[in-house]
Design a protein around this ligand. Structure first.
Ligand SMILES: C[S@@+](CC[C@H](N)C(=O)[O-])C[C@H]1O[C@@H](n2cnc3c(N)ncnc32)[C@H](O)[C@@H]1O
Length: 264
């Protein structure tokens, strides 16, 4: 299913992403991404939708001062956070831009990375065309996206759970992109080299868990932006916090990773 509304990251959303992307679940996800990408000293890489610049800074230490990291994001608030984070790393450039119009010369980069970004990009065919254009032959594209069809959440009320998760989907432009990405990537002229997944699994809603943030965010989103009655949203959130208090909370979501090569 494809939703219609594009997503912007304002100051509050940017601060939230900056905070939760430093929790252990998302730190582990970046390790998974960097292991697969295997950057080398001197590589030139663009982080498309770099957000708060956490991955950009980690990649900068891998490519070193002879390499180059372009941290691109259309959100001024995200760029502000990334600029501050990367201010002492001169080979990181934080820049305004969109996935569908990369401000980069043809065939100049060793790698393009987009983690949890393509799910917000309406024209994926154009975004992939841009990725292919800026990569050197043999260069690597790494995309990581969440599929909300992979959500597993403990509940005694599956019907209400389905209603709330459905209400959350319009937060994304594509809430189920991973299932279509392999063919989009191949149709875009790439050779798909690796497909894998990394689940976030939380058995509590502690502050340092992904669920400890996303459950509240979903409840707020459903209440504000869907037609579900506020009492139903509140009852769902109460079920989640009650399960947590009783030691019965379970939440899991899978992020899918695609590594593709530009043919030589
Ligand atoms: C969930 S955040 C992920 C940030 C970062 N990639 C990470 O994994 O830490 C999504 C980011 O995608 C950016 N974004 C949304 N639409 C975009 C587009 N069309 N082109 C490039 N970036 C976009 C947002 O501004 C936001 O910073």
């Amino acid at each position: 299913m494809t939703e219609k509304k594009p997503r912007t990251f304002d100051s509050a959303a940017s601060a939230r992403v900056d905070r939760i992307y430093q929790n252990p679940d998302v730190v582990a996800q970046r390790v998974f991404v960097r292991d697969r990408l295997a950057l080398r000293p001197g590589d030139a890489v663009i982080d498309v939708g770099a957000g708060p610049g956490l991955l950009a800074l980690e990649m900068a230490s891998e490519v070193g001062p002879n390499g180059r990291v372009i941290a691109l994001d259309p959100s001024a608030d995200m760029r502000g956070i990334a600029e501050q984070r990367c201010q002492n790393t001169s080979w990181v450039t934080v820049t305004d831009g969109d996935a569908t119009a990369l401000p980069v010369e043809d065939a100049t980069l060793d790698a393009v990375v987009a983690t949890q970004v393509f799910e917000y990009v309406p024209d994926m065919a154009l975004a992939l065309k841009e990725c292919l254009r800026v990569l050197k032959p043999g260069g690597r594209l790494l995309a990581l996206d969440t599929d909300w069809d992979s959500a597993v959440v403990n509940t005694a009320d599956r019907k209400r759970m389905a209603l709330i998760l459905e209400a959350w989907r319009p937060h994304f432009f594509h809430s189920d992109l991973p299932g279509r990405l392999p063919s989009l990537i191949r149709d875009g002229g790439f050779t798909l080299q690796f497909t894998g997944g990394t689940p976030v699994v939380n058995t509590s809603m502690d502050k340092d868990t992904y669920a400890g943030d996303v459950i509240y965010t979903i409840a707020k989103y459903a209440e504000r932006k869907s037609e579900i009655a506020p009492e139903i949203c509140a009852a769902w959130l109460k079920e989640m916090t009650d399960l947590d208090a009783a030691g019965q909370f379970f939440f899991s979501i899978t992020r899918f990773l695609f590594l593709a090569i530009k043919p030589t």
